[in-house]
Design a protein around this ligand. Sequence first.
Ligand code: GLA
Length: 399
Amino acid sequence: MDPTACISAYRQAFRQEPQAISFCPYRVSPLGTHVDHQGGPVHGFAIDQGITIAYEADPAGRVTLRSENFPGQLCFSLDEIPGTKLGDWGDHLRGAALLLSRRQRLWVGLTAFIRGTMPIGGLSSSASVIIAFLEALCRLNRVELSDRELIDLAQAVENQYVGVNCGKLDQSCEVLGRKDQLLYLDTLDDSFELIPTPTRMKPYGIAVFFSGLSRSLAGSGYNLRLDECRAAGYSLMAYAGLPYGAFADTRLRAVPREVFHAYRDRLPEAWARRAEHYYSEAARVEAGTAAWRAGDLEQYGQLIFQSGHSVIHSYECGCEQLITLYEILRDTPGIYGGCFSGAGFKGCCMALIDPEQRDTIEHRVAQQYLRAYPQLEGLYSFHLCHSADGIHEQRRFGQ
Ligand code: GLA
């Protein structure tokens, strides 16, 4: 993390020096897409790009925010935070302050400048900005949250305030991730393992191909897909005579795979496909764990491509441009595996690539994608990233 650009943007915006910096990385998830809200297992990395907040305490309890990525200045007071979202870029931050203030008294506000290093969409900048902001508020108000509390609180901000019913993949990668280690998280009980990259494994880089189309998850089809998964799970439990509880608490993880196979044909086709994705993706994560431990990058990459196929054809998200991008990645030499990054409603694709072939990959993908969508010239972009430590490590060393 290099905070220099954020510090100078802060100086320019507020004509003073910031007192401190808070940084939270973005994440990528090569396997385990769209299963975290169903209690499934996921893989992920924190990466060496993210959101920096440069700030100065405001003892009067005011919060004044500017962002490099959004226009205008937002102001609110910690004792009068709107109880519901307003529909602008401040929702994630007001939500974070409100939910934290319900647990702990907050009296010190801040004047802050926020800067993300990558285009928005697919790398989980929402979770990242929430976590960086919570960290700043906690530090100023001497609040101590454990990693688990921070992850849960950041997820609650999205679920309860912003209105996206996301799981905890993003927050977990951004907090728990470790450089050169693959995070395996079981979202059923939050148990996790950081699996080191075996020394015999070929080198890889994490490439991000930004489609040129940004969008936030609020208002996308994300919540609808989640309801379809729940509906599939609820119906399957009823057909099989299994005990079920509240619809809102239904997770496919509670439904054995055999039950799905026995009753699949009774489900509406769309719901059956969502469940199909869940079971196949959970199996890919387990197979991917074994491949990673064995240092088999080719096998791991094939699983990522299969995951991408399942998200397109069974989970049915993505958009024309993102699907084209995925197809180009699949046919590009030097790419071990690639898929949509994150929810896949616009945003970007990610891939594990051979770093030695970086230039040819960058050139070939850009050429083919922009031939299909010349209007996205200047908006499409390629970035080569690496795994990095999540903020757990920063907190440990008190940075
Ligand atoms: C978004 C959500 C996550 C997860 C991914 C898809 O990033 O915030 O909880 O569901 O999509 O895997």
